[in-house]
Design a protein around this ligand. Structure first.
Ligand code: HEM
Ligand code: SF4
Length: 556
């Protein structure tokens, strides 16, 4: 768990005090909304359809129970009693009053949190694998590297006004990318070099939105000490050459595409040759300094519990067994498990969490997970360090909170943006469709039969809900003032990264859930065996059979 030092603490406190003055001037009418806008955006405060929205940074998704308790208190005192977990491992509040925001920032500062750089054209919160530090398949914990990037990028004077926002993600598990690194402005995979040493594969120019791209590798192996100088070179090339004349063409993905990855890489390497031996080498000493800010986990010496886990799955309590099977992942330390807490109960908005749930989850993290938890890019929570012998007690508590849905990685573990319910840019609602899907697919046996499949939904082309990289993607569009939904299939965020393809004409609101249902029924008919995942069947068979099924009843 990362701890602020005195400098960090002072910065966030001073920033909150400064914003209090800015808000006071806005409320007194001394500055206009136009003058206020850049000031509020520097503090993560957006203007939405009905109210302001505040985005709070959660570096690489890691939270202490104390911080979670404060997030609950903020939801209760200043919002409508809930928060919304975002795909960039942050939390958003949809109803704060402007006059309350400085006090919210004070409260956040008191637990070493803030909303700085959560909006604007700067380097945003760096995200990581939600299982970082505890995953069995990880070759190195990526979080100290994320933290190093955080320290380097926060208030970096050269990169405060980039052509557009900028997002970096890191994974230390090279064979199972759980951080969607190929869909970030820069994705970093910790990989092994020729002599077994660790370094980074550097991927640039991925992203979703109106022009989606899979990122391209600009360097297969970057020795670790050069991480910051290389990032700096990439950002410098982008800052100099990225388009500022057209907001829709300003992201680095467009620059990489326009120049071609070879030319882009050449420019980066040329820049790097001039600066790589300057003073920002990451020494072992520097990395140790950063690592020392993380409170270590304390593990008891316990026997391997894999067979115990297997027995739990098949045990007498079927609901508990399903939950262990779907929501508990083996831990790198014997006797422990990684628990995914699904914030996707049937019929509820995906990722919305109430103040009481947050508070209770914080208490449970103290009891069962050494006081720490992680917000995942799937809009769920993770307890990284749960003893296998505690799983049963933890599950019973989660059931009471409606947080024990056994659907991690299943169809109803959807990603969904707020759509027309809150968002000023939306063309269609997405939360009500998610709720309808949740109710429609409420049968756990059917969900388990379908197996691993991802469904992602956005209310407009900005793609906050990642629809392009859902095995099943749904995009809300507006046709002559009515809400319609495009269905796309074949996307994947992981190591087999791909973008989904639109099946055909959009569906009316009352048709879309049935269309998804028919696509899945066709998959069950056509799969070669129960081991063949939906995405594999789609890749083997192509779109045609699914298209035929989806449009079987279509009104046109
Ligand atoms: C309600 C307020 C929101 C607004 C106004 C908003 C606005 C936007 C816009 C304009 C973009 C496109 C940027 C571009 O041109 O590339 C975008 C992208 C994105 N948003 Fe949101 N968003 C909102 C909520 C959310 C939520 C709730 C999430 C998470 C669930 C989210 C996650 C993202 C992500 C991950 C992207 C990046 C897609 C990419 O890779 O390019 N946003 N958002
Ligand atoms: S995808 Fe569109 S509708 Fe959904 S949150 Fe983003 S900007 Fe709003």
């Amino acid at each position: 768990m990362y701890q602020y030092d005195a400098i960090d603490q002072r910065i966030v406190e001073e920033r909150a005090a400064q914003f209090r003055g800015q808000v006071a001037r806005r409320l007194a009418g001394e500055i206009t909304e136009d003058e206020f806008k850049p000031l509020r955006l520097q503090n993560g405060l957006y203007m939405q359809l009905h109210a302001y929205m505040l985005r709070v940074a959660i570096p690489y998704g890691l939270l202490s129970s104390k911080q979670m308790r404060m997030l609950a208190q903020i939801a209760r005192v200043y919002d409508k009693g809930y928060g919304h977990l975002s795909t960039r491992q942050n939390i958003q509040y949809n109803w704060p009053k402007l006059e309350d925001v400085p006090s919210i920032l004070d409260d956040l500062a008191s637990v070493q949190m803030h909303a700085i750089q959560t909006s604007g054209n700067c380097i945003r919160n760096t995200t990581a694998d939600a299982y970082a530090g505890v995953a069995r398949d990880e070759i190195e914990d990526p979080r100290p590297w994320c933290e190093l990037i955080r320290q380097w990028s926060t208030f970096h004077p050269e990169f405060a006004f980039l052509p557009r926002k900028f997002k970096i993600a890191v994974t230390g598990a090279p064979n199972d990318d759980r951080a969607a690194v190929r869909f970030h402005d820069i994705g970093l995979r910790i990989v092994q070099g020729p002599d077994g040493e660790h370094g980074f594969e550097v991927i640039v120019g991925g992203g979703l939105g109106r022009t989606p791209f899979v990122g391209k590798v600009v360097r297969g192996f970057l020795p670790k000490q050069y991480l910051l100088s290389y990032l700096e070179s990439i950002l410098r090339v982008y800052n100099l050459h990225g388009r500022r004349d057209n907001k829709h063409k300003a992201r680095i993905k467009v620059l990489v595409d326009a120049l071609g990855v070879e030319e882009f890489t050449r420019l980066v390497e040329e820049e790097w040759a001039l600066t790589r031996d300057a003073s920002i080498d990451v020494t072992e000493q520097e990395l140790e300094r950063v690592r020392a800010f993380f409170l270590p986990a304390h593990y008891e010496s316990l026997p391997n519990a894999d067979s115990k886990l297997a027995a739990m799955k098949l045990g007498k309590n079927r609901d508990f067994g399903l939950w262990v099977g779907n929501n508990v992942t083996p831990h790198k330390v014997d006797g422990y498990g990684i628990v995914t807490i699904s914030v996707k109960a049937p019929g509820k908005p995906p990722g919305d969490i109430t103040d009481t749930q947050m508070e209770s989850v914080a208490d449970l993290a103290d009891r069962f997970s050494q006081g720490r938890l992680v917000v995942t890019h799937m809009q769920n929570l993770v307890f990284p360090d749960v003893k296998v012998s505690d799983l049963d007690s933890l599950w019973r508590e989660l059931v009471k909170l409606d947080l024990a849905t056994a659907n991690a990685g299943k169809l109803t573990d959807m990603i969904c943006c707020p759509g027309l319910d809150y968002c000023a840019l939306a063309n269609a609602t997405s939360i009500p469709i998610a709720e309808e899907l949740g109710r429609h697919f409420d049968d756990m046996d059917y969900l388990n039969d379908i197996g691993e499949v991802s469904l992602k939904m956005s209310g407009c082309i900005n793609a906050c809900g990642h629809h392009h990289i859902g095995n099943i993607g749904i995009l809300g569009i507006d046709k002559r003032g009515e809400e319609f939904y495009q269905l796309m299939l074949g996307g994947s965020p992981g190591n087999d990264a791909s973008l989904g393809k639109i099946l055909g004409p959009a569906f009316a609101k009352h048709e879309i859930v049935e269309a998804v249902s028919r696509v899945l029924a066709r998959y069950l008919e056509l799969r070669e065996s129960s081991d063949e995942r939906f995405i594999d069947a789609f890749r083997r068979l192509g779109a045609e059979p699914f298209k035929e099924a989806a449009y079987a009843d279509h009104q046109g």
